[in-house]
Design a protein around this ligand. Sequence first.
Ligand code: ADP
Ligand code: MG
Length: 284
Amino acid sequence: MAPLLEINNLRVEFRSRGLFRPHKPFVAVNDVSVSIEAGQTLGLVGESGSGKTTLARSVLRLTRAASGSIRFDGHEVTEFGRVPLWYQRRVQAIFQDPTASLNPSWSVQDIIAEPLRVHTDLSGAERAARVSTLMEQVGLDPGLDHQRPAAFSGGQRQRIGIARALATEPDLIVCDEPVSALDVSTQSTIVNLLNDVQRETGVAYLFIGHDLGLMRHVSDRLAVMYHGKLVEEGPAETIYTDPQQDYTRRLLDAAPGFDPAEQQRKRDARTTRAASQVLEESTV
Ligand SMILES: Nc1ncnc2c1ncn2[C@@H]1O[C@H](COP(=O)(O)OP(=O)(O)O)[C@@H](O)[C@H]1O
Ligand SMILES: [Mg+2]
């Protein structure tokens, strides 16, 4: 079976913004080929500036300066003029800063119902019922649906963003550093939530992150980018236990305390903290 998303020889060039070498385009993504199977997670890692967001934006068609091929379920995304509604429905996104991506003057109800208004012909009452279900699914109290984003913590705001992304029952969610702005204990609760959601719905993720401990927890396959190029890609466990490239090895070495036993202890500690965090969050 063909992958859900298949990227081949993707290249994204930006015109130089600086004074230097103004005619030489800057290659942010250089000949990258990766794919994602339905229901699976591709983790994408690499230092800041390595082209991860540019790749994600190309998939979402927010960056159009792409050459090469991005095929989604048999359709060539790079040939879209206007992004078709069906693609918006099937490919959703969650970003790093939940505050910036939620309209501060809308209620949670309005925010989560918006994609339902655009993509379904549900009645107002049906939308409200669906919003309640979605809020429960992401661990938010549906009784808070008239509150605005400011009333929620960072982790809860990211839950709102996840509920909104799930509203259209997408096949793929592009998650660009969805937990990087959250404190460590909240990070693991959100990662666990995304894993649960995947088990329940079969959604696939393109998951960008830089905490290699957390990435191991979410990724089926892992892709490593460096200066716009894909340096290594494969089953996540293989890359963690037996990285083939020096760059990957250095990334792993640089990850704080990346000794598997040590990581496990940290994860256990995080899970314990996370459990108390969930209690705190649910009492807000
Ligand atoms: N719109 C743009 N115009 C020019 N350069 C850009 C633009 N977007 C990103 N870049 C450059 O492309 C490179 C990769 O950026 P990005 O994809 O955001 O990396 P990452 O997400 O891995 O940190 C960076 O050097 C960045 O400055
Ligand atoms: Mg980025």
